[in-house]
Design a protein around this ligand. Sequence first.
Ligand code: ACO
Length: 401
Amino acid sequence: VVDIRRLYAESDMFTFDPGFTSTASCESKITYIDGGKGELQYRGYPIEQLAEKSDYMEVCYLLLYGELPNKAERAKFSHDITHHTMVHEQLHRFFTGFRRDAHPMAIMVGVVGALAAFYHDSTDINDPHQRMVASYRLIAKIPTIAAMAYKYSVGQPFVYPRNDLSYAGNFLSMMFSVPAAHYEVSPTLEKAMDLIFILHADHEQNASTSTVRLAGSSGANPFACIAAGIACLWGPAHGGANEACLNMLEEIGTVDRIPEFVARAKDKNDPFRLMGFGHRVYKNFDPRATVMRKTAHKVLAELGVDDPLFDVAMELEKIALEDEYFVSKKLYPNVDFYSGIILKAMGFPTSMFTVLFALARTSGWISQWKEMIEDPTQRIGRPRQLYTGSPARDYVPVEDR
Ligand code: ACO
């Protein structure tokens, strides 16, 4: 049997694949995508079934452990996560170092990276127990940190987590309750939130997950790796697309201006792209977008939301789906197109959209990180390059240049 990796390493051969369009960086048993058919499975379970029948806590367990939990395992996991949602009191002070108008993603990168300084006892990547403790801590504390980033930005006091609420319900409570008033978690919002978390939980080797793996391949601690993933997710071509999409819809403003923006998206001399459309892997409907689309309609109807922006979104979807350019390039609405719409209807400010994506993806990132660390063939990630710079030349003293 030829070990292809050794063969390449010991020769000068390498593949040139900018953007990794055809390079598998690892083996994984976590998530399966068939981009042509528009299929997505976590550990073999179709996303549609998980979205309909499961909940985010169960999905986290499935991603981490590889199997759905039985009743007792499920109850224990949920209890353990719920009882790790508090963050160290000292971490509160960390927030006050940021400007009030800081983007919450900037706060997330800083605070999550800083967790390693607070939880020394779960940074030894060679200890399986510590790896699990770090995984639980990250999944449990990320909603608390996300809600704190929001509360800080609006100048409201931090809201402590509540153990009597579900994962999604607790997050909504930390986001939206204020000390002066009683906050009742709406079952509609709680269900929609949980569904959004499920749909965003993992998506195999996308840019941010690959970043988490690459950072982890050097032996960096899990908190640093997740902070790296959050930084990567922030970009508008990736997780930042939900925020960029809503900003775009606001810029379009009215249905009659849609053709102008569709024309711009098709113009090769204009860098403008329709945000929330297209995907590297899906050349068919993104199955998450299909579920999200249904939920968007349901949530808007249940909440009785009447917002002209949603009319713009629905009309844009219709026009793009029938447009020859979008059809021929297989550019379908992706998950970010609909998530922004639902999140806006739920009352989240646009600056929090990517934060919510990061919150939900933490379970996938940490499962991928754990799988990599536990793989005995794991080596440091070290891509090669095609050098196109100057040939060797002699140094020229500054007075002779
Ligand atoms: N609007 C207009 N044209 C587009 C769009 C778009 N949203 N997306 C791709 N295209 C065109 C490109 O111009 C290119 O045309 P060409 O063949 O004539 O040069 C062709 O479609 C292929 O596009 P690439 O950029 O090569 O595709 P790639 O796989 O590298 O990029 C990406 C995928 C980044 C998602 C891209 O479709 C995009 O920028 N979309 C908008 C941002 C977005 O919604 N991102 C979220 C992705 S999903 C997620 O992260 C959860």
